[in-house]
Design a protein around this ligand. Sequence first.
Ligand SMILES: Nc1ncnc2c1ncn2[C@@H]1O[C@H](COP(=O)(O)OP(=O)(O)OP(=O)(O)O)[C@@H](O)[C@H]1O
Ligand SMILES: CC(C)(CO)[C@@H](O)C(=O)[O-]
Ligand code: BAL
Length: 279
Amino acid sequence: MKVFSKISELQHYVLEQKFLRKSIGFVPTMGALHSGHSELLKRAREQSDVVVCSIFVNPAQFNNQEDLTNYPRTAERDIELLKSVGCDALFMPHADEVYRESTLLKFNFGELESVMEGVHRPGHFNGVALIVSKLFHLVNPDFAYFGQKDLQQLTIIKQLVKDLSFPVQIVSVPTVREESGLAKSSRNERLSEDGKNVAAQINKRLKELENQILEGSDFDECRPESIDFLNGKGIEVEYLELVDSETMKAVPNKLNGKSVALCIAAIVEGVRLIDNRIF
Ligand SMILES: Nc1ncnc2c1ncn2[C@@H]1O[C@H](COP(=O)(O)OP(=O)(O)OP(=O)(O)O)[C@@H](O)[C@H]1O
Ligand SMILES: CC(C)(CO)[C@@H](O)C(=O)[O-]
Ligand code: BAL
């Protein structure tokens, strides 16, 4: 596997692959790779001639300095995982290489970012859109893979691709979970074993809530009980929403027959986790 830290090296590699008419599958990440990332990489491996991964803990998308400082970094282990799934090239730049000069570029995703992560992490999606745009320009992928765990991010990236006419197909990959139901996440590394058991209650409760809604209950009626339940388990709920899974607009129930998503952000042992169930 090739490892590049410089933009010029990456561009040279990509040009070579394009000249050879190879299709490129791209998996952008922030590292601390786990089996959720492996799933994205496996999909890329099946679908494309060449698999490119990036690892970059993007300062521009962090609204909380402590979260950025404590973000897990496991480069050596990540490289082993990437080799094991047959990744061809890794782009792992330093922040100075990516952000040589400060940028004033601002994105506006309107209603898509006026809820949930957009509200609770001010500036987050601007930072995500900035780095994903830069990476798409550099890697020029035919396919790019994103996880449904970050559902609102996925929706925003689909919009970004439309708005800027990136010639890339976005592939969304279902959330990979621990046996306990806990969504795999790099930030889980910061949880104790007890914390992981507590955090597993998040998905368990979402599943119960999903059943209640499927049986015809209104979300607003069930929400307080779910929040109380999770609070009682030592989980601090930042938000819990039922939204249209494409527009991210809040919906009261599933009576319209459209695909909806229960989305949550919650804090366990000081670690902020997100999860969702689409149904
Ligand atoms: N459990 C998972 N299942 C499927 N895809 C996932 C999972 N976790 C992360 N991904 C996807 O992997 C890509 C890179 O995500 P990232 O590197 O931020 O990892 P992460 O586990 O989401 O970390 P964290 O949520 O702690 O920031 C994103 O597209 C993300 O949606
Ligand atoms: C898409 C991404 C790699 C951009 O930094 C990040 O937001 C993530 O890991 O989901
Ligand atoms: N996986 C989403 C990236 C972030 O939390 O910043």
